[in-house]
Design a protein around this ligand. Structure first.
Ligand SMILES: *Cc1c(COP(=O)(O)O)cnc(C)c1O
Length: 387
């Protein structure tokens, strides 16, 4: 069948929608571009734009300062030894799993791990052993559970897991597990530990060495004010030759990276936002204070924040029976909340959710958070009067 012009002409530039809403969508609060990143996106938007300056390996481009960024700035920022830029947190995780483990090996994941960790393990043909959490309401991952999981793998297979991973924080409750203790436990068994910092690298200080983790993973579009897909991977020296091994046929190309990763605008937005990103991690305590303040406001209205409480991260999960009760009686049922928030220019709680939802207070600021809290109060009052 011919490709008709009528089909072709359906495509072209699309507007995204309202641009000035208050955004509390956890996926989006840390990925908003800085002004510099916005400029970089236009400047470097052409395909393969950075390749004008490449002598065969992306990470050694000197101008623009990609080499300085990858080999000096990022390792210092994360306190790790060797860094590469990837296409996302999941690609970073896959590279580590694929290079550190052999087909059929076991790896250990916390039960709260993101789906992409499971899919990465499946793509690498690995088996997953998970470490349980404590269940409602705290969903805590017990560090000692790593010892149990590792011992079970050894008992069942005669071999230690090839790798363990901790999600820091997890993407549902925003819980920060005791990484230091988990790394001590893993290292007793000589199991290397990967930190999935999709929600932490670029938001809060992450110090791989101090935490004792061997691999650290970040997501540019989630937490580093970058236009994705882009991610970062930090590796401890002793594993760098494994993960970043070179091709036997193409001597400068690294196999796990398929030779080259982010090669244009995505990388240049990450570099453009880097000064801002580093500085914002230094003000992390303010973000935690804002999250706790917002959590207490919602608590006063009858919404319970699950997970670590008091909370140490901007990503929070709420149980809101008060909003759920309203949905049982409101016109159009459970969609009322989304509609009411949208009318108040607030974006980020998924349409149709009332009983449970998550949100992020990251970089929203006290004034806007106050407005969001007041809006919740208004909505509750409005509907409670009606029913
Ligand atoms: C968002 C998220 C990911 C996926 O990040 P990508 O960079 O899009 O691959 C992985 N893990 C967790 C915990 C996440 O929240």
């Amino acid at each position: 069948m011919e490709l008709e012009d009528s089909i072709i002409n359906k495509f072209g530039f699309f507007e995204r929608g309202p641009k000035n809403a208050i955004n509390i969508d956890p996926l989006q609060t840390g990925g908003k571009l800085t002004e510099d990143a916005r400029r970089a996106l236009l400047e470097w938007g052409d395909g393969y734009s950075v390749c004008d300056f490449c002598g065969g390996t992306l990470d050694h481009i000197k101008k623009p300062p990609i080499e300085e960024f990858i080999h000096n700035a990022m390792p210092s920022f994360l306190q790790t030894d060797a860094v590469r830029i990837t296409h996302g947190a999941r690609e970073s995780k896959f590279m580590v799993m694929h290079s550190m483990a052999q087909e059929g090996d076991h790896i250990v994941l916390d039960k709260l791990a993101h789906y992409s960790s499971y899919v990465a393990a499946q793509r690498a043909r690995l088996n997953v052993k998970s470490v349980p959490h404590s269940g409602s309401p705290e969903y805590k991952t017990d560090a000692e559970g790593y010892a149990t999981a590792i011992e079970e793998v050894i008992r069942d297979t005669g071999k230690a897991p090839a790798l363990a991973q901790i999600t820091y924080p997890d993407g549902n409750y925003g819980n920060l597990a005791d990484v230091k203790r988990i790394s001590e436990i893993c290292h007793v068994y000589d199991v290397p530990l990967m930190l999935n910092g999709a929600y932490s690298v670029g938001r809060m200080p992450i110090h791989a060495k101090r935490m004792g983790v061997d691999f650290v993973v970040g997501s540019g579009h989630k937490s580093m004010a970058s236009s994705g897909p882009i991610g970062v991977l930090g590796v401890r020296d002793e594993y760098a030759d494994i993960v970043f091994r070179k091709s036997p046929t193409h001597k400068v190309k690294e196999v796990e990276l398929l030779g080259c990763t982010a090669r244009g605008a995505t990388l240049m937005t990450m570099i453009a936002s880097f000064p801002h990103v580093v500085k914002r991690t230094r003000k992390w305590e303010n973000e935690v204070a804002d999250a706790r303040w917002f959590s207490s406001k919602l608590k006063d209205m009858g919404m319970h924040q699950m997970g670590d409480n008091p909370h140490d991260h901007d990503l929070m999960f709420f149980e809101a029976p008060v909003l759920y009760d309203i949905s049982q009686k409101a016109k159009k049922g459970r969609y009322y909340l989304y509609r009411e928030l949208k009318e108040r220019n607030i974006h980020g709680i998924k349409s149709g959710l009332t009983k449970y939802f998550k949100l992020s207070t990251y970089q929203v600021g006290r004034d806007s958070l106050s407005y969001v809290a007041d809006s919740f109060e208004e909505i509750i009052e409005k509907y409670q009067k009606m029913v």
